[in-house]
Design a protein around this ligand. Structure first.
Ligand code: NDP
Length: 244
């Protein structure tokens, strides 16, 4: 148990499945008070029942600025502070650029990039007040690009750019910015891909290796935010050992 997380107030976006859910549970097990946001309320309720500590469930659509502001306000109202934001909500709708359904591009940019920016914007006054931490769940796709992953990677490269500017703006005020870049994690992420060829490719890639589990990324988040306040772990790249 890392005592530095005891009593900390953490907001995890996209906590209804996968990495967000595992991270919320891990932080709860470390003694944090956790607010969890997503659109699937039933999944959040079942998370809250499993969590060892106090959990606040929030209806949250990160593409809607009002919803984001309300989630931050409810967190602060309930717990009296906001110490850590884990900006995790995201989706991956891979496919080639030619003939793409551009509404999928809009959804990815609005969720992965704008949504995470809105959340930082709403949370930042509280994080500055409490000298808190922002954890940005990016991806290996924030560092390297493959054909068929252009728009998803653009959102994750965008998160890196935004996060580095944010880091420079707030680090001397005591706010730490952490980018976590997972490789292949076994979650629901690939199930949303609408292009059947790309979905099958992603499924085969996952079946070809010992993938990461959501808990592996939760461990990285706990490590980063559990460091003493003078230590800023700014970037963590975690791949499955089997992933080239
Ligand atoms: P999941 O599909 O399991 O989880 C995605 C989460 O995002 C869900 O809780 C979903 O909740 C939430 N979400 C999606 N859209 C919105 C929205 N508009 N508002 C609020 N929440 C939303 O996938 P992962 O756990 O894998 O993904 C989590 C993050 O990890 C993403 O940012 C993804 O890009 C990143 N990542 C994942 C990797 C992997 O291999 N799985 C690798 C690298 C990065 P709901 O639908 O209930 O709103």
């Amino acid at each position: 148990m890392n005592t530095t997380l005891q009593g900390k107030v953490v907001l995890v976006t996209g906590a209804s499945s996968g990495i967000g859910e595992a991270t919320a549970l891990a932080l709860s097990a470390e003694g944090a008070r956790v607010a969890v946001g997503a659109r699937r309320a039933d999944r959040l309720e079942s998370l809250a029942r499993k969590a060892p500590g106090e959990v606040l469930t929030l209806d949250l659509d990160v593409t809607d600025q009002e919803s984001v502001r309300a989630a931050v306000a409810s967190t602060v109202e309930r717990f009296g502070a906001l110490d850590v934001l884990v900006n995790n909500a995201g989706l991956m709708l891979s496919g080639p650029i030619a003939d793409a359904d551009t509404t999928e591009w809009t959804r990815m940019v609005e969720t992965n990039l704008l949504g995470s920016m809105y959340t930082v914007h709403a949370a930042l006054p509280h994080l500055l007040e409490g000298r808190g931490t922002v954890v940005q769940i990016s991806s290996t796709s924030g560092r390297i690009v493959h054909a068929g992953g252009g728009v998803y990677a653009a959102t994750k490269f965008g998160i890196t750019a935004f996060s580095e500017a944010l880091r420079q703006e707030v680090t001397t005020q005591g706010v730490r910015v952490v980018i976590v870049e997972p490789g292949f994690v076994a979650t629901e992420l690939v199930s949303h891909i609408t292009d059947p060829d790309r979905r099958e490719m992603a499924r085969r890639l996952g079946a070809s290796m010992r993938t990461l589990q959501p808990e592996d990324i939760a461990n990285a988040v706990v490590y980063a935010i559990g460091q003493p306040e003078h230590v800023a772990v700014n970037e963590i790249l975690v791949r499955p050992t089997d992933q080239t």
